[in-house]
Design a protein around this ligand. Structure first.
Ligand SMILES: [Zn+2]
Length: 242
């Protein structure tokens, strides 16, 4: 008899607590859900309209970023910037400037770590830290994330799922990051790959002006070809911030 009552009480305890527990431990998804929510991986937009998204990784900084912002303003183009949290700490004014000029400020981790061998919790912590500093500086928490070195792992997608974020890749790599390319080859590689719905990967790197020089030629060329430049939220028809 005692055992039966104990069992009833025990079952009651589990039922009551199973409703309460998840809300109190939002980060321990595996505890009650065998198939945790994974982030979506997006590499391009719809090919129906001639829309393009320029995306810039590895800022903010005070040299190449400012030149590119100047050019985007001249050309009346809005773009999407994946900023590194620790750099935002160093360049908060440049971060605010990019946001105030109408561009998206999104998450590229806090310390530009390579997550190839990182645990879900480590990744979760670093991306959260990046989100927090962006929120502190511009007042908005991103929903879009780009992985350093293009590394995509299951742990990363699960960490992003817990953060309710999506992973944004690219389908045009301008190779502006490579020392083996020239100004001309960066322009030609981009021209050769760009099509409707493209997400174009570029970088703002301190002291390096090649991306800016390439854009001065590419933007007018692509406009002439009938393309319109939009931010990622418009290209993908999804929210950029939480
Ligand atoms: Zn990067």
């Amino acid at each position: 008899m005692f055992e039966k009552n104990f069992l009833k009480f025990f079952l009651f305890f589990i039922i009551v607590n199973s409703n309460v527990f998840p809300k109190e431990t939002p980060y321990d998804i595996g505890f009650w859900d065998e198939t945790p929510k994974m982030a979506r991986v997006i590499r391009g937009g719809s090919t129906e309209k001639k829309l393009l998204a320029l995306t810039f990784d590895d800022g903010p900084n005070d040299s190449s970023l400012l030149k590119i912002l100047e050019l985007l303003k001249e050309q009346e183009i809005k773009a999407s910037f994946f900023f590194i949290g620790s750099y935002i700490k160093k360049y908060p004014e440049e971060t605010i400037k990019a946001f105030d000029e109408g561009h998206l400020v999104l998450n590229h981790t806090y310390a530009h770590s390579n997550f190839k061998n990182s645990s879900e919790d480590e990744i979760f912590f670093e991306i959260s830290k990046g989100n927090q500093i962006i929120k502190d500086v511009i007042g908005k928490k991103p929903k879009m994330y780009r992985p350093p070195y293009g590394v995509v792992t299951k742990s990363e997608l699960q960490a992003l799922g817990r953060l309710d974020m999506n992973l944004i890749g690219w389908n045009v790599d301008s190779r502006d990051w490579s020392k083996h390319e020239t100004l001309n080859s960066v322009i030609e590689i981009s021209k050769g790959q760009i099509k409707s719905g493209s997400i174009i990967l570029m970088h703002t790197q301190p002291g390096k002006m090649r991306t800016y020089e390439a854009l001065k030629i590419l933007i007018p060329y692509l406009k002439k070809e009938g393309y319109t430049f939009v931010k990622l939220d418009e290209l993908l028809n999804m929210e950029a911030y939480q």
